[in-house]
Design a protein around this ligand. Structure first.
Ligand SMILES: Cc1cc2nc3c(=O)[nH]c(=O)nc-3n(C[C@H](O)[C@H](O)[C@H](O)COP(=O)(O)OP(=O)(O)OC[C@H]3O[C@@H](n4cnc5c(N)ncnc54)[C@H](O)[C@@H]3O)c2cc1C
Length: 376
């Protein structure tokens, strides 16, 4: 006898696991979400730029392109309905020399193809009126881009999921799942005690733990589990009032969006992120990297001195390719890929995973519900 039985077990209570849990619960499914930490979103989902991206960077047709554009709209609507603060600042991707104009136009074309709303190249008097102190020859303006209070967003997702009947258990770490009947018998470490649970379906949204979780599921082909790499990213802040009212991004390079200036909900400036590949989760910010940040920021905020920068926080992106310049899409595996019936695994859910979370909830939740109805 197991200690408990549910229809669907979701492993990992970041923004994505919460959104999928909510989606399934809203359709009346019996869902348990477990997370090994003491609350939701204590890993990547609380260690990011909190930007609601508009979807212009990703190749047309990719999951990132589709789910980011859809997810941004869903996030603004969800947050408005649940009293979560968002600020629709708008974003400027800045060309500081004429040789960058072609690349700027290419990003616009990519965004237009993806359905990113309202993209416009701005220059001259119009750009000066938008940002009088910005050092730029032209910029790509994205009016939909903004920021979200990610903690309150996840709090609202968790509350709504529970309101629709889902159960969320923290300090509960997935150990392994063995095939049992038409589903799985799962072992969970619940604050030092091992409890067992029977479930028909498993959704693995464990972020940095996804590879380990997948490898501990009976019937899952280990060769189908992608590799896991970690790209650490640091942020600095300043108490100085920023001279801009939009999110300011340099031209993207090396697979990253560059050290950009984003604004928090109160209008304060945050800078980041840089990139370093690491072997273990490490959330320390190295104060010695101040000089590197200052060198990048001074191209668009020359008055800022290195000592104005304060180390803030770091996050680590889950990657399945150890090369930041290679495009990596959201990777979602079902039984046809790994062989374990009733199991869905999400890998490499890096940016724009926060923006896309509600759309991922629809996408993954929809697939799982179709499978349960036998229509897939
Ligand atoms: C530096 C940085 C900047 C970013 N900026 C943005 C941005 O501005 N906009 C945007 O849209 N996206 C951004 N992202 C991406 C976004 O943060 C992620 O895509 C998103 O948070 C991923 O959510 P998740 O739920 O998949 O993973 P996570 O938040 O990592 O959640 C996974 C959860 O699984 C749990 N877990 C792991 N193993 C187990 C286990 N064995 N048992 C139980 N629980 C387990 C963990 O405790 C964790 O809570 C950024 C990411 C980084 C790192």
């Amino acid at each position: 006898m197991s200690d408990m039985a549910v229809e669907v077990l979701v492993i990992g209570g970041g923004a994505v696991g919460l959104a999928i849990t909510r989606r399934l619960a809203m359709e009346g499914h019996d869902v348990l979400l477990i997370d090994s930490n003491e609350s939701f979103g204590m890993e990547t989902s609380s260690r990011n730029s909190e930007v609601i991206h508009a979807g212009m960077y990703y190749p047309q047709g990719s999951l990132k392109a589709q789910l980011c554009v859809k997810g941004a709209r869903m996030m603004y609507d969800f947050c408005a309905a649940h009293g979560v603060e968002t600020r629709n600042y708008g974003k400027l991707i800045v060309a500081t020399s004429p040789d960058q104009l072609e690349r700027l136009q290419a990003i616009k074309s990519s965004g237009d193809a993806n359905g990113t709303p309202g993209l416009r190249i701005v220059e001259g008097d119009e750009l000066r009126a938008m940002e009088p102190k910005l050092n730029a020859v032209a910029a790509l303006y994205s009016p939909l881009t903004g920021v979200v209070d990610s903690h309150n967003y996840m709090l609202a997702l968790a509350g709504d999921a529970e309101h629709h009947g889902a159960t969320i258990a923290y300090l509960s770490r997935f150990i392994k799942a063995e095939a049992a009947g038409a589903g799985y018998r799962v072992e969970i470490d619940s604050q030092g005690e091992v409890m067992t649970l029977d479930c028909a379906r498993i959704i693995n949204t464990a972020g940095h733990g996804a590879r380990q979780v997948a490898s501990a599921i009976d019937g899952s082909n280990p060769d189908a589990v992608p590799p896991h790499y970690m790209a650490k990213r640091q942020y600095f802040t300043t108490s100085k009032r920023p001279p801009v009212s939009h999110l300011i991004y340099p031209m993207p390079s090396g697979g990253g969006l560059g050290i950009h200036l984003t604004l928090d909900n109160g209008g304060g400036a945050r800078f980041g992120p840089d990139i370093q590949w690491v072997d273990a989760l490490d959330y320390e910010v190295n104060p010695d990297d101040r000089a590197k940040f200052h060198a990048s920021i001074s191209s668009y905020w020359p008055e800022l001195e290195p000592d104005d920068l304060t180390p803030a926080w770091a996050g680590v992106r889950p990657k399945i390719v150890a090369d930041g310049s290679v495009f990596q899409d959201f990777t979602i595996h079902h039984a046809d890929t790994h062989g374990a019936e009733g199991v869905t695994c999400l890998y490499g859910i890096d940016s724009p995973g926060l923006t896309s979370s509600l759309a991922l909830g629809d996408h993954v939740g929809g697939h799982v519900m179709d499978a349960m109805k036998g229509t897939r």
